[in-house]
Design a protein around this ligand. Structure first.
Ligand code: HPA
Ligand code: ZN
Length: 335
């Protein structure tokens, strides 16, 4: 059995394109912020907090995930959260991080949009000192109303130059992509790039994937491996160069398996598959770990691991100039 050297994976310049900043809240930082802000979270040790990070599917994960955000209160908290992630990502060879954030998870509990974006932006500006080019993607919560998404889009417009694109996350059940067609069209008109979650094994996964490709017009799909159920859609996504941001470790927590065979099949079919960590504080693996477990489970060749890194850079929303520079670095390392 071959296994790809972890140092080799770390050494490859890569983009992380599916990372929820709220999902990087490690128990240590949660305790620190709870203390700093005088929030009683009901636990006082790292082990106790870690024990609360327990779930069996997407819905039970989200039921733990949103309440945990109560410790995020000030601009400094959002900055500290993002900087902790960026430091960790730098160790994994991340040169570009496109970071999801969920404004409604904060504005709905009285934290202003400005507090969230100012804190995150401060970390984004510091990212180059860690060797990372960072960007922010604003996600709408699909279990909130379309009107709430419209209000969030309006709130973001004064900060248009700090946000590269919009996405859609939270509970897909009963919240299909067409609910957000108008707000995504308006976001596109405002110059935002578009991505959307198509979570794994949802009741309407394949219909929702068709809708995001045909009606919403996304450039990337977050997760999306159920596309394999429709070979015509696979061919179309390949032809259009749609990026698929796949998260094997996350999949193994919120479904019964990591969906490694599906991820490898899409990669080998020539789709722009990249690997990311989703919510690493909850699932326990940052990006290199995600690549390593997939490589091990699917016996990926080193050329396929390099392809995952190349795909991540190619499907990122960085400037063409930066992408070309990282791709040259990647080819030098990969030989
Ligand atoms: N799916 C839906 N919502 C989420 C996810 C996800 O993978 N991670 C954080 N919020
Ligand atoms: Zn996600």
């Amino acid at each position: 059995m071959t296994s790809i050297d972890r140092a080799f994976i770390d050494s490859l310049p890569k983009a992380e394109l599916h990372l929820h900043i709220e999902g990087t809240l490690e128990p240590e930082l949660k305790l620190e912020l709870a203390q700093r802000n005088g929030v009683d979270i009901g636990q006082s040790t790292v082990e106790q907090v870690r024990d609360t990070y327990s779930f069996t599917d997407l819905t039970s994960f989200l039921a733990v995930y949103y309440p945990a955000m109560e410790v995020l209160v000030t601009e400094q908290d959002f900055r500290d959260l993002a900087l902790a992630y960026l430091r960790r990502a730098a160790a994994d060879g991340v040169v570009r991080a496109e970071i999801f954030f969920d404004p409604q998870a904060h504005t709905s509990r009285g934290i202003s949009f400005a507090t969230v974006i100012d804190g995150l932006w401060s970390a984004v500006q510091e990212a180059p000192s860690l060797g990372i080019d960072a960007a922010l993607i604003m996600c709408f919560l699909r279990d909130h109303s379309a009107d709430s998404a419209e209000e969030t889009l309006a709130a973001s417009l004064p900060y248009r130059d700090r946000i590269v694109g919009v996405g859609l996350d939270s509970d897909e059940r009963g919240n299909p992509p067409e609910k957000f067609a108008a707000v995504f069209a308006a976001a596109k008109d405002a110059g935002y790039r578009l991505t959307m979650h198509c979570d794994i094994d949802q009741e309407q996964s394949i219909q929702n994937i068709a809708t995001v490709l045909h009606t919403i017009g996304v450039e990337r799909i977050d997760h999306g491996t159920n596309i394999l159920e429709d070979p015509a859609l696979v061919a179309e996504a390949k032809q259009r160069g749609i990026g698929f941001t796949c998260c094997p470790v996350s999949n193994s927590f919120v479904t019964d398996q990591m969906k490694g065979a599906e991820i490898a099949a899409l990669l080998r079919e020539g789709l722009k598959v990249s690997i990311a960590s989703d919510d690493p504080a909850y699932f326990g693996g940052y990006v290199s770990e995600n690549i390593a477990v997939l490589a091990e489970a699917q016996q990926l060749t080193s050329a396929e691991v390099v392809l995952l890194a190349r795909n991540s850079l190619e499907s990122s929303w960085a400037s063409d100039e930066k992408k070309a520079q990282w791709l040259r670095q990647l080819e030098e390392i990969a030989g």
